[in-house]
Design a protein. Structure first.
Lengths: 125, 270
């Protein structure tokens, strides 16, 4: 699959840049950035059809778990694959995210190759 | 010649003919036998030649097969080497991306608070530290004081960390400019403020302006990786420059504002 649109939801500019940098490995990928859950919902209602969401958990205004929950409740957005990215390594956080409907979970510090592999599996590139 | 004589003559001729025929038959039998023997010999000769040819061919094919097997193993080994090399390059790319992003972000602003925030983000997100402190050196008092930290809950006192130049591990790192790393399994992190997992001096050339001190790594990270040391080197130089530049910029902004206010005052007074 080419020309995928990725939504990166992360409050840290460093992490957003790092993730976006990794996503450029996908041919003709379009990377849309959001600084928190509210900003992400705005971008999701924009003109670009999002193929995959990568979201941090701990963010101001609206955190990643709330975003996952709202996306899964929305009839038009509920099928978008979601990867949760967080500093938390605990099993309970992973379970919370997955229980809310996230498809995969990646812990920081992010390994680019691991991120690419996870995305490729989800989108069956 | 009487009829009787004629009959005897005929019988005699007939006997001779019979003997001759019998001799011919015997001769024919011998020839047939000889022919059969020759045919058998010829056939046997032909088969052994074929066998020899086939044996030679089998040998050739066996050699070829052995050569192919060896080549296959060689290619398999080469493939393994390529696969390993690919993984190495992949890792290297990842590391370079981390270093690029870290460097890019550090020099993306001249705001002191933002620079410190970026250093914190790098230490959390790229190094994977849970408890750490950034200390700056006060050159008037020779004291190192924490200006930003993370993980007060797992390492109490990390936010108020301070030490004097030359004292303990932190003071020695600041004085010598040599990084300090714990050379053992770092799982669980450090238990004492004066015994960190890593202490990296922030240096502009040989001039130390502060330290990054790491006490605990994130749960999913049990040791420093090769790229962490690269990041530490990068932080030692780039973070120091970025912090120093932003401090100078803030100071010059303040001075500029003061001068501007003074000038405004003079203008208004006159």
């Amino acid at each position: 699959m080419e020309n995928a649109n990725f939504l990166v939801v992360e409050d840290s500019p460093t992490m957003r840049q790092l993730i976006s940098f990794s996503l450029k490995r996908f041919k003709n990928a379009k990377i849309i950035e959001a600084v928190d859950g509210v900003d992400a919902l705005k971008k999701l209602s924009g003109p670009d059809k999002i193929d995959l969401i990568l979201t941090d958990i701990n963010m101001p205004v609206m955190d990643g778990l709330k975003l996952v929950s709202l996306v899964r409740q929305n009839a038009q957005l509920k099928n978008i694959p979601i990867i949760i990215i967080t500093t938390e390594g605990a099993e309970e956080d992973r379970e919370r995210g997955l229980a809310l409907g996230a498809n995969a979970y990646i812990s920081k510090p992010i390994q680019s190759s691991h991120l690419i592999k996870t995305i490729s599996e989800l989108l069956a590139f | 010649m009487s009829e009787e004589q004629k009959a005897e003559k005929f019988l005699e001729l007939f006997s001779r003919g019979k003997e001759f025929t019998e001799e011919l038959l015997r001769e024919n039998q011998k020839l047939r036998f000889r022919l059969a023997s020759l045919e058998t010999e010829q056939a046997a000769g032909a088969t052994s030649e074929e066998v020899m040819r086939l044996r030679a061919e089998i040998q050739q094919l066996t050699d070829e097969n052995r050569r192919m097997g060896m080549r296959f193993k060689e290619v398999e080994e080469e493939n393994k080497d390529f696969a390993n090399r690919y993984i190495e390059i992949e890792e290297q790319n990842n590391n370079l991306a981390n270093l690029y992003v870290a460097s890019y972000q550090l020099h993306s602003t001249l705001d002191f608070k933002e620079v410190i925030q970026i250093v914190q983000e790098i230490v959390i997100n790229l190094v994977g530290a849970e408890a750490f402190s950034i200390l700056l050196l006060d050159e008037k008092t020779n004291e190192l004081k924490s200006i930003a930290s993370e993980g007060e809950d797992v390492m109490p006192g990390v936010a108020q960390l301070s030490t004097r130049l030359g004292e303990g591990i932190l003071g020695t790192v600041a004085k010598t400019g040599e990084s300090y790393y714990i050379n053992q399994d770092v799982e669980g992190g450090s238990l004492a403020l004066d015994k960190p997992l890593a202490a990296v001096p922030l240096k502009i050339k040989e001039h130390v302006i502060g330290l990054i001190v790491i006490y605990k790594l994130l749960q999913q990270k049990d040791s420093f990786s090769a790229v962490d040391y690269e990041l530490f080197s990068l932080l030692a130089a780039h973070a120091a420059t970025a912090i120093f530049s932003s401090k100078l910029y803030s100071q010059s902004e303040r001075k500029l504002n003061t001068i501007q206010s003074f000038l405004d005052l003079l203008t208004t007074s006159s």
